[in-house]
Write a protein that binds this ligand. Structure first.
Ligand code: AMP
Ligand code: MG
Length: 266
């Protein structure tokens, strides 16, 4: 089965999130051993990416509150060498960040060639949260889709491969997870009353996400809708898509710097 085809947002297509079931598992059966094998493969590929040094891989993770960004990160990173992988979490912009263009902080965090970089939230917040809460006028945010596409194209032309994942949870599943945060003493530090406030804007967020995914899924930086109610499936799918993307790069170990045939280590 072609997993990419099932979840990639085709450039120029009319995406409707209501047509995507967040509890879907694409007919895949849970198999933790197979999952572990993919993580091992991911680790090999990361090593190759690092050695090859022609490309960087940038992964963008977006989701609503309790959508599973942190869990996905923990899972996908578990087999990676921390030396070649940088995670950046994008929060409410600081005063310094606000005094620059909205892409400034994202650009600074783009991984160098040989590395993987993961954005936990991203420059897309500037067409999501700011649109939903009307903190910037429409004339400003509506121009950003094109600016984002140009930015991502420029990165791609400079060796940065980009994969974007929207972790799609259902409204009921969000309720269960927020409830768990309230009840579980090991998780309630994660609960923020602001999450309940945000939940009231669910429909507005869905519209804003649909627009972002429709307008900014491009051949050089595709969006994927990840059914994310089942954590194991979300983890499996994200790992699989990253492995496939890395395999598609045809990475190679560089040749040795010198003729090694006569080298003797004494
Ligand atoms: P969390 O990811 O739960 O730690 O929360 C980070 C918060 O920062 C979320 O409420 C985001 O919506 C908010 N945030 C991130 N980027 C921006 C931005 N560019 N403008 C406004 N709020 C943002
Ligand atoms: Mg949060």
């Amino acid at each position: 089965m072609d997993l990419v085809k099932r979840c990639v947002v085709k450039p120029g297509s009319k995406l409707h999130l209501r047509d995507h079931d967040p509890s879907d598992t694409f007919g895949v059966r849970r198999n933790d051993a197979a999952l572990q094998k993919r993580l091992d493969r991911l680790s090999e590929l990361q090593h190759l990416l690092y050695a090859d040094k022609r490309y960087a891989l940038l992964i963008v993770l977006q989701a609503l509150d309790a959508g599973g960004k942190d869990g996905t990160l923990r899972h996908v990173m578990s087999g990676l060498n921390p030396q070649g992988c940088v995670v950046t979490a994008f929060k409410v912009p600081s005063a310094e960040e606000r005094s620059h263009d909205f892409l400034w902080r994202a650009h600074k965090a783009v991984p160098e060639r040989g590395d993987m970089g993961i954005f936990n939230r991203s420059h897309y917040e500037d067409v999501l949260v700011v649109r939903v809460h009307r903190t910037v006028p429409k004339e400003v945010w509506s121009k950003r889709y094109g600016q984002i596409n140009d930015f991502e194209q420029m990165l791609n032309e400079n060796g940065v491969r980009i994969l974007k994942f929207f972790l799609h949870i259902g409204k009921e599943e969000q309720k269960r997870r927020l409830q768990a945060r309230v009840l579980d003493p090991t998780r309630n530090w994660k609960f923020s009353p602001a999450d309940l406030e945000e939940r009231k804007y669910w429909d507005d967020y869905m519209k804003a996400y649909e627009d972002a995914l429709r307008k900014c899924s491009t051949p050089w930086a595709p969006w994927h809708v990840i059914p994310a109610d089942h954590k194991w499936f979300r983890n499996y799918l994200v790992a699989e898509l990253i492995v496939e993307a890395l395999e598609g790069m045809k990475l190679k170990y560089p040749p040795p710097m010198a003729d090694l045939s006569n080298i003797e280590i004494v």
